[in-house]
Design a binder for this molecule. Structure first.
Ligand code: ZN
Length: 59
């Protein structure tokens, strides 16, 4: 299973209808809205996965 970076839901890549490629990696989404949010601002969602330090720097 892959994690939807926007809502943190588990997505099965075999059945996922919504995906996006960013910096050579494929991300899977549970819904078109999640994909749209990710494509609008991918760094925002990817940075959140790295922990709290980046959040503080962005604040
Ligand atoms: Zn989602």
């Amino acid at each position: 299973m892959e994690i939807d970076p926007v809502c943190k839901m588990e997505v099965d890549p075999a059945t996922a209808e919504w995906k996006a490629e960013y910096k050579g990696k494929t991300y899977y989404f549970c819904a078109p809205g999640c994909k749209r949010s990710f494509e609008k601002d991918p760094e925002k969602y990817l940075n959140e996965e790295q922990g709290n330090e980046n959040k503080l720097h962005m604040a």
